[in-house]
Design a protein around this ligand. Structure first.
Ligand code: HPA
Ligand code: ZN
Length: 356
């Protein structure tokens, strides 16, 4: 395992470096400290065998066997969210935490089907999350986009019904993107062709992305590109196994939204040093660094940047390139891109005399 120092100056640089997050599940920001009080407030009975204290739950979170094991806890956790205020508070807490980490732009996932099946209205979920997005833009200066994910373990007709319910939000722009998450391997991308085609047909400006290549092979990534017409790949770790795919991702500048701490916690790799980050850089495949489910995986966006630094020891120019690739791959206007790119250059100039 490669180990590099992260000096105080380097830490400060990574902290100040303007960051874009493209892969965070708002429900995955719900940690043990919030789960128990919300369960109490909303009279939710947790399963009998569920850990009884935040400390015991945290210990269990440190031992996920794989994606499936994590998802069991993730769906129980989100079950304590009931009111519009619950959804608002959760997202508002995330934006504040991420702002402290140097976040400038966030494209955040949510899983409406995990709430609809418990009788919560789409408008309650989107209303609360969107109110937090607006407050983050107004008070924290963070630009935001909401991305609705489909749960791939649910039947396609359930996904199609969910798209129907989301139509007014796609039309207004309160939902800006479509994603695909949950158990990957048993539910390949082609199952959802109809869902992606419907959204693309009615709302050509909606951004399309999908989790692929976290546990599935390169074919899951290729089929997400070919059959779902996504312009971004969430995780995409297994792209490194196919050189032609790497060339294609580089050619089209398709962004991979990497989640290093998640990959360790879900046993995709044993250590962050095993991620083929140098290979993606050498192949000119753009990627961003993200937290996925920060309350479950032990770190927010800055923690993910720092762990990558301690394993790869990149120089300032490489970090600037990574940060800028995140801006180029964001679903924002050119004017907003320029603001963040200029802010990245300013931080580089501030730290260059200290670190180069
Ligand atoms: N993969 C798939 N589904 C998810 C994840 C993930 O990392 N996080 C929340 N839902
Ligand atoms: Zn994810």
């Amino acid at each position: 395992m490669a180990k590099y120092e992260c000096s105080q100056h380097m830490h400060d640089f990574l902290h100040e470096l303007p960051k874009c997050e493209h892969h965070v599940h708002l429900e995955g920001t719900l940690g043990p400290d919030l789960l128990f009080p919300l369960a109490k407030r909303n009279n939710i009975t947790l399963p009998d065998n569920f850990p009884k204290t935040p400390e015991a739950l945290q210990i269990r979170y440190d031992q996920f066997a794989d994606l499936e094991d994590f998802l069991g806890f993730y769906y129980i956790g989100m079950g304590v969210l009931i009111t519009e205020e619950d959804f608002f508070e959760l997202a508002w807490m995330y934006f504040n935490k991420a702002k402290k980490d140097g976040l400038h732009h966030a494209e955040v996932f949510f899983d409406p089907q995990g709430h609809l099946e418990r009788g919560i209205d789409m408008d309650v979920v989107v209303g609360g999350f969107n109110r937090a997005c607006e407050k983050a833009e107004a008070e924290l200066g963070i630009t935001t986009k909401l991305i609705m994910c489909l749960l791939r373990h649910l039947p396609v007709n359930n996904c199609m019904d969910t798209i129907e319910l989301a139509k007014p939000h796609f039309a207004k722009g309160t939902i800006h993107g479509l994603g695909l998450d949950s158990s990957e391997k048993p539910f390949p991308p082609h199952l959802f062709i109809e869902c992606y085609a419907k959204v693309a047909e009615h709302f050509p400006n909606v951004g399309l992305t999908a989790h692929a290549g976290e546990e599935g092979g390169p074919d899951f990534i290729i089929n997400s590109l070919d059959k779902l017409n996504v312009t971004r790949i969430d995780h995409g770790v297994n792209s490194y196994k196919d050189d032609a795919l790497l060339a294609r991702l580089a050619e089209n500048q398709t962004l991979l939204s990497l989640c290093p701490l998640s990959n360790v916690k879900l046993q995709v790799v044993k250590d962050v040093s095993e991620l083929p980050i140098q290979k993606w850089l050498d192949a000119n495949v753009p990627f961003s660094i993200n937290s996925d489910d920060p309350a479950y995986f032990g770190g927010y966006i800055l923690d993910n940047y720092i762990v990558v630094h301690t394993r790869f020891g990149f120089d300032l120019k490489t970090w600037v390139k990574i940060a800028k690739n995140g801006v180029h791959g964001s679903w924002i206007t050119d004017a907003r891109k320029k603001e963040i790119l200029d802010a990245i250059d300013a931080v580089y100039l501030k730290y260059q005399p200290l670190l180069e």
